[in-house]
Design a protein around this ligand. Sequence first.
Ligand SMILES: Cc1cc2nc3c(=O)[nH]c(=O)nc-3n(C[C@H](O)[C@H](O)[C@H](O)COP(=O)(O)OP(=O)(O)OC[C@H]3O[C@@H](n4cnc5c(N)ncnc54)[C@H](O)[C@@H]3O)c2cc1C
Length: 508
Amino acid sequence: MTGRSDLDAEVAIVGYGPVGAALAVLLGQLGRSVVVVEKWPEPYPLPRAVHFDHEVGRILQACGIGSQLREIIEPADIYEWRNAAGVTLLRFGRVGDSPSGWPLSSMFNQPTLEGLLDERARALPTVEVHRGVEVDGLEVDGSGVTLRTAHRGDLRARYVVGCDGANSTVRGAAGLALRDLGFFYDWLVVDVILDDARVFDPMNLQVCDPARPTTVVSGGPGRRRWEFMRLPGEPLELLNEERRAWELLAPWDVHPANARLERHAVYTFRARYAERWRAGPVLLAGDAAHLTPPFAGQGMCAGLRDAANLAWKLDLVVSGRAPDSLLDTYERERLPSVRASIDFAIELGKVICVPDSEEAAARDEAMAATVGPEPSDVPALPGIGQGLVHPTAAHAGELFVQPTVDGRLLDDVGGVGWRLVTVDTEADVPDPAALEWFAAIGGRVLRLPPDERVGRGWLARHGANWALQRPDFYLYGTAAGADAAAELLTDLRWRLSAVPRPLQGAHP
Ligand SMILES: Cc1cc2nc3c(=O)[nH]c(=O)nc-3n(C[C@H](O)[C@H](O)[C@H](O)COP(=O)(O)OP(=O)(O)OC[C@H]3O[C@@H](n4cnc5c(N)ncnc54)[C@H](O)[C@@H]3O)c2cc1C
């Protein structure tokens, strides 16, 4: 064992991709001491994710990069699927307002986003980022974890979060097994910067051509992404040649005289997840915990939801305001959502990845018959079923909206944390002790002004006047009046403190 290093922290994060960076920022903003170790000396320069959804927009806003984020995204409206003859098979609609104050779908460039997160993380006084440090093992003891690193000696932390990607060293060292759903296909991913701006209509297109299933989407402002499925028997090394990328781009009028190839690489799209995301003080997040085929554009999104779910829990536990058992709710809350998004991506993939012309013709006939005049909704992910939500309160576990106050998004006005949001401009929660405790966990009561529309509209439609929202924007529950809102706080306090509840009754 090498000597102790200067890298000790409350939370150590292994891996500085988007998930590790976002988690570092969220924890750092809460004042936690965080050390991040990343094996590569320089950021990964090439694009991978190109899409995120409205909830993830709000999570990134919570990371303090909201205004810069607006500058680097291209809101996406329609995602259309066509067959080889150009007949529409499916149109997903992504137009209009979203619950979270961000476009329903945004297209972006992953290295640019990671640059924003890095800048933010490095501005936080309690966050240290060390590049060029590879973790090669870990040991757990009664008071925390020792991380073994090849270049900087040992690192001690109370908790370690493995955000170290698909081949996670942390996952292996903690003995957390992966379940493989047996769905995998090779795709050539080609990122292009066109010399001249061009309008693509629809912005995002899936060509369900059995001769070459192809994805054509925005890669963020100024960029385009093409993905070409490897056909059965097609040699991998031929598909991976630059010459082949240009050949496949030629039918799209994209060639070396009008475009620059940012990169081309063959990826194997997989569907796998860890069945346990926690081994004592060691936790997993992002691709280390789950991998999805990218057909629904949800891999990084799921990882950022992990970060949003975990950050405030680690903060409460590390600071002694909640028991360690709170961290057990993390996997329980996140895994069903991750499973649903992987299953959805596999369903999409089964439709897309069809190289057989007869099978494709039957698919096309069935799908074309169902296309209506209006685009279909993108299915919502499930909320939180089991975990830290009220067991019986209305709308517990649902994603809450982000209200707008005086033209500004609520989180920019009122910050992020536990929020008791109400349309009641006068009534006080009749329990000062509960409110004092609420303030101690970073909670605030936010009264929506009479002319506010988004939050008031949501509450009116759902028959509630009070909403207790968690720091990751999911509802602990809603209530009709101040008494019932106080009861929500008391219930939360009971669950977070893990002491016997003073009230008799309804809870197991
Ligand atoms: C072609 C493609 C398209 C995609 N499209 C989308 C999309 O549109 N939308 C979407 O949401 N997602 C998409 N994804 C998925 C998305 O890119 C990933 O889910 C995301 O990058 C995962 O982030 P992460 O931080 O968990 O892991 P990573 O980005 O993989 O970062 C892990 C980091 O850990 C470091 N590391 C690994 N081992 C160690 C170690 N032992 N010690 C120290 N550091 C270590 C690595 O160097 C790396 O920097 C796509 C992926 C691909 C490949």
